[in-house]
Structure formats: structure tokens, C-alpha cells
Design a protein around this ligand. Structure first.
Ligand code: GLN
Length: 320
């Protein structure tokens, strides 16, 4: 019986990993494969090794991760085990699991991902939650997601706020294609529009939104060296690179998006660690904007900055 990773000597397979048969050979049940693999991934320094072992095996078997639990005693066939081995090797070589299996769960939905798009992070769910809170009392709100990537923010909002009209733009046509497929998959495409171009460039003049959201690239040049290799070497640089100090896109958004936001409308921005004060300063230096609250992510870090477009008459927001 083959073991999951041929590069690892058989003697390193933990004794508890597989059930020995009467003849002394190993039976690679789902449970045995998962035990072996999570131990192996842990030894290779991978975070959440059990979850990743399950995600990869569920992908190979074409089932949900939870379904593995009731199939513990099944024995995958040799071709399945060999595909699993291959994925484990690519994972250990640094490929993110989300790209290997082609999907990632975010907020309430599963999104297709590939290396053209940033892998959705739980931190970004804060942005979705706060956007939905603000939109709750509104009817037919118009929303624009700038730099949509996989579409996870725009599509989650459209999915939860059933009367929202959502525009999603991105400079990358490959990213936009992924976002469009995700919108189809989740049944929100008829209320969405996809535009390809740099920030405001693809938007028709005169168009205004109630809410603009963005998770722009915000990694500073000097921080690239410290990024986890699986992020730095596999995720799209164009979705991460925020210029020399990481703040380039906040400056551009502060300058460029006001004509597209109605007075009193909001701009919700994801920010990176340590960027809150700098981002707030960029907007407070600008006469069109008024600062709103900063929201924290689940780890308690400032994660979403809110700014409001000043009203033209008295300078106060129409609603917030
Ligand atoms: N949160 C991502 C990371 O640091 C960065 C995302 C972004 O630049 N918008 O891995």
C-alpha cells in the first residue's frame, strides 16, 4: 500500500496513522490518511494542519469537508490517494490550499479563487458586516466595490441585501472573470455590473453611489520581505502592492472617488496593521471628507475605516 508522500520514509509514518491489517499491511482509510497528513503538515510548520488535510482530501474525493467525518472508514482508491499525495507535496512546497482546491469560504458563501485573485481573508468579513449594517434601512442602494478581486465583498453584499445594485470593478480582466463566475454561482449576477479598469476610469461620468467599499492593495514595499512566502510568492502582487508606504491607493481614493459618491454617502475601506492613523489623516486633510468610525476585526485590530462624503449645502452628511 502506498503511503501519502513518497518523499517521506515509511518509518516516519506515525504508528497511529493507519490500521494494520492481520497481514501487517496498512489500510489507508480516510481517517488514517487524515491523521498521517495532519501530522506531516504540522511537522512542516503549516498552520491549521488538520483543516488543511481535510480540505485537500475533500477536494480529491469531491465531497464536503464535514462529509469526511461520516466516511472515516472508507478506503480511497489508488488514483485518489495519488492525487492527494500530489496536492500535499504542492502544499508543503508553499502553494496555498485555496489555490490548490480552487475555492475558499468567505462570510456565508464559497468563492472560486485562482492565482489571479487574492484569497479572501476572514478579516475582510468585518467590512462586509459593517457595510450590511449601514445598508439595512436603505431601499435599492447602489454600491461600488473598487478592486473587487474574487468579488467576495461585492457578492456577499449583493447576496445579503436583496435589492442592492452592485458595481464591481478591477484593473485585472482575469480577476474580473473570476468575480463574474462567482456572481453567477451565487445567483446575484442580474443585480451586478462588472467593469474593467483602473479605479474610477471605467465608470460612466455622472454615476453616483450610496456606498463605496474597497480592500485596496496596502502592503508597503519594505513589508514584502516579511510577508509569509505563500502570500508573497503565490498571491497576485497587483492585489497587495500599496506603493512605497502602502498608502498609495488611500490617497488616490481620497482624491478620485468623490464625484461618484452622493453627499452623505459612505466609503468603507479595509486597512492593514498600523495604518489607521495615516489613513484617517489622508481623509481628514481633504475638504470633501468627514471621518466616521473605525471598526475592529475579530482579533480586535482596527480593520475598517469609514469616511463620509460631505454634503454640499451645510457640510453635514445626509444620513449615516
Ligand atoms: N491582508 C493581506 C495580507 O497582508 C493584504 C491585503 C491587501 O493588500 N489588501 O496578507
Amino acid at each position: 500500500m502506498a503511503e501519502p508522500s513518497p518523499s517521506v520514509p515509511r518509518s516516519s509514518v506515525p504508528a497511529a496513522a493507519a490500521s494494520p491489517t492481520a497481514a501487517g499491511t496498512t489500510v489507508w482509510t480516510i481517517q488514517a490518511l487524515l491523521n498521517w497528513t495532519s501530522d506531516y503538515l504540522a511537522r512542516k510548520g503549516i498552520e491549521s494542519p488538520r483543516t488543511e488535510a481535510q480540505l485537500l482530501l475533500a477536494h480529491v474525493l469531491g465531497c464536503k469537508r464535514v462529509d469526511l467525518l461520516v466516511r472515516y472508514d472508507e478506503v480511497p482508491d489508488e488514483s485518489q490517494r495519488s492525487r492527494y499525495r500530489e496536492l500535499i507535496q504542492r502544499r508543503v512546497a508553499g502553494w496555498p490550499t485555496a489555490y490548490l482546491i480552487g475555492s475558499r469560504d468567505f462570510y456565508l458563501l464559497t468563492f472560486e479563487v485562482n492565482p489571479a485573485v487574492l484569497i479572501p481573508r476572514p478579516d475582510t468579513e468585518t467590512l462586509v458586516l459593517e457595510a450590511l449594517n449601514w445598508l439595512k434601512p436603505m431601499t435599492n442602494p447602489r454600491i461600488w466595490d473598487v478592486g473587487t478581486g474574487s468579488g467576495c465583498i461585492a457578492i456577499s453584499i449583493a447576496h445579503q441585501k436583496k435589492d442592492a445594485q452592485v458595481t464591481a470593478s478591477d484593473i485585472s480582466p482575469d480577476a474580473l472573470a473570476v468575480a463574474q463566475r462567482n456572481a453567477q454561482r451565487h445567483g446575484v449576477a442580474p443585480r451586478m455590473r462588472f467593469l474593467c479598469g483602473d479605479l474610477t476610469q471605467p465608470l460612466p461620468a455622472g454615476e453616483t453611489f450610496d456606498l463605496i467599499v474597497s480592500n485596496p492593495p496596502y502592503v508597503a514595499e519594505a513589508e514584502f520581505a516579511q510577508l509569509a512566502p505563500e502570500v508573497r510568492d503565490h498571491e497576485p502582487r497587483i492585489a497587495l502592492d500599496g506603493g512605497p508606504d502602502g498608502l498609495l491607493f488611500y490617497r488616490r481614493l481620497a482624491q478620485e472617488v468623490t464625484p461618484f459618491l452622493r453627499p452623505g454617502g459612505r466609503l468603507l475601506l479595509e486597512i492593514g496593521a498600523g495604518q489607521e492613523q495615516a489613513v484617517r489623516r489622508i481623509f481628514s486633510d481633504h475638504p470633501d471628507w468627514q471621518l466616521g468610525p473605525t471598526f475592529k476585526d475579530m482579533a480586535g485590530r482596527p480593520r475598517v475605516v469609514t469616511v463620509l462624503r460631505q454634503g454640499p449645502a451645510n457640510g453635514s452628511p445626509a444620513s449615516c
